[in-house]
Design a protein around this ligand. Structure first.
Ligand SMILES: NC(=O)c1ccc[n+]([C@@H]2O[C@H](COP(=O)([O-])OP(=O)(O)OC[C@H]3O[C@@H](n4cnc5c(N)ncnc54)[C@H](OP(=O)(O)O)[C@@H]3O)[C@@H](O)[C@H]2O)c1
Length: 246
């Protein structure tokens, strides 16, 4: 069990659903303060109600793709409101199934906006020394095994998640002098709204996983470790969480 305290303030994107919501819950159970970002306010209010210390969860409604260029300034404003951040977890993302013959630059850009540009620009803001606590701070990107499996019709999604892995490695090197750690997780199929969409389109992959789909806590528990001091010597790494499927 990792221990955090109220002064440890973490930003979590994608906080209204699935993996991000579970990360909010676990961080809160373990005593941290969370700035939870997503578009759906009612879902975040419902999640906060179920948490152990709802007073330590601050909801920020934001369509993160609406002004990507100004996301560093957005982080600076959040710092002025809440204080310096100990970490950020990038869970907001969208899935896409468009075969090459139907892809156009507009769709590729929509997928890259939220899956790649948003986490990078938020990290640019976070890495400003005025916005983070310095030594002990930790950044976690949620990529996907799709970056490695590269299945049909997943060009935009897989490419966006592969780009994120490369960017995270570069950022880990650039931030090592500040002693900020940067790591990436690549989950396989986890039971969330996202995988419901796969099932609806009859492209679920349950049979790839000997123990069935993963649960949100399978990813969130790893995130907790990567945010905590217990992983103090771990940076620049990419971890696959997929029940051994690849
Ligand atoms: N589930 C899986 O099997 C799986 C596997 C590998 C990797 N992943 C990755 O894990 C992350 C979380 O996935 P999930 O399954 O938890 O997905 P999810 O349940 O569909 O949740 C996606 C989250 O992203 C937020 N989001 C999407 N667009 C946004 C925007 N423009 N602005 C702000 N927030 C936005 C959504 O919030 P609002 O709609 O409220 O804005 C929601 O909270 C994603 O990056 C995904 O690619 C998932």
């Amino acid at each position: 069990m990792q221990n955090f305290n109220k002064n440890d303030i973490y930003i979590v994107t994608g906080a209204s659903s699935g993996i991000g919501a579970k990360i909010v819950e676990l961080l809160n159970d373990n005593g941290a303060t969370i700035v939870a970002i997503a578009r759906n306010e009612s879902k975040m209010i419902a999640i906060r109600k179920q948490c152990s210390y709802p007073e330590n969860i601050f909801i920020e409604i934001n369509d993160l793709v609406s002004d990507i260029t100004n996301l560093p300034e957005y982080i600076k404003n959040l710092k002025d409101k809440y204080g310096k951040f100990k970490g950020i977890v990038h869970s907001a993302g969208i899935i896409d199934f468009t075969p090459l013959r139907m892809l156009d630059p507009k769709r590729i850009k929509e997928v890259f906006d939220i899956n790649f540009y948003v986490p990078i620009m938020l990290t640019k803001g976070f890495s400003d020394k005025r916005c983070n606590v310095g030594e002990g701070a930790s950044i976690v990107f949620i990529s996907s095994i799709a970056a490695k499996t590269c299945e049909k019709a997943m060009l935009a999604y897989s490419s966006s998640k592969a780009a994120l892995i490369a960017a995270a490695k570069v950022i880990s090197r650039e931030l090592s002098s500040q002693k900020i750690r940067v790591n990436t997780l690549c989950p396989g199929d986890i039971e969330t709204e996202m995988t419901k969409k796969l099932e609806e389109m009859r492209i679920g992959h349950t049979n790839k996983y000997p123990w069935g789909y993963g649960k949100t806590e399978d990813v969130a528990n790893f995130v907790m470790y990567l945010l905590s001091e217990e992983s103090r010597w771990i940076t620049g790494q990419v971890y696959t969480i997929d029940c051994g499927s690849i």
